[in-house]
Ligand binder design. Structure first.
Ligand code: ZN
Length: 153
């Protein structure tokens, strides 16, 4: 950590304290060159990366859309809600742990396909055959919504 006063890069941590909620660590530091003291706060950054669409625009990662698209592909298939939850959580975790600030929408599509392939091959084929021709998961859902027959439950 660089000293904010003299820009020296060598500073000593003289005290570390975790906040009451456990989310922040407060560190008291001392510069070894100018001896001045300053405080830094450290927190875990858990932020989903933004999704970059094929046309270059960005949107927020939407877990509801992700789940909806998987549920549509899995409609009337023998896969439990718990398994779908675990697959969705697995995808979110991969994206979080990637540390990336942006991901390509196609990459998310591939993560979904990998999970569906594991869960149910019919759902995998449904998803991959339709998804590949769309801009993103939201567009995929819109298209499937339009295709839904009125008597469908
Ligand atoms: Zn200094």
């Amino acid at each position: 950590m660089k000293c904010p006063f003299c820009s020296n890069t060598d500073t000593q941590v003289i005290d570390s304290r975790v906040s009451e909620d456990g989310g922040t660590t407060r560190r008291r530091r001392r510069c070894t060159a100018c001896e001045r003291r300053f405080t830094t706060y450290e927190r875990v950054e858990l932020q989903m990366p933004a999704v970059v669409k094929r046309n270059g625009t960005r949107s927020e990662f939407d877990v509801v859309k992700l789940r909806d698209s998987m549920n549509l592909a899995l409609r009337k298939r023998p896969v439990s809600t718990g398994d779908v939850d675990a697959a969705v959580a697995g995808i979110q975790e991969k994206l979080l742990l990637s540390g990336l600030r942006e991901v390509d929408s196609r990459y998310i599509g591939e993560l979904v396909m990998a999970e569906l392939l594991r869960l149910d091959q019919v759902a995998y084929v449904r998803f991959s055959s339709v998804y590949k021709s769309f801009e993103d998961i939201g567009e995929f859902i819109n298209a499937i919504d339009e295709m839904k027959s009125p008597e469908a439950p």
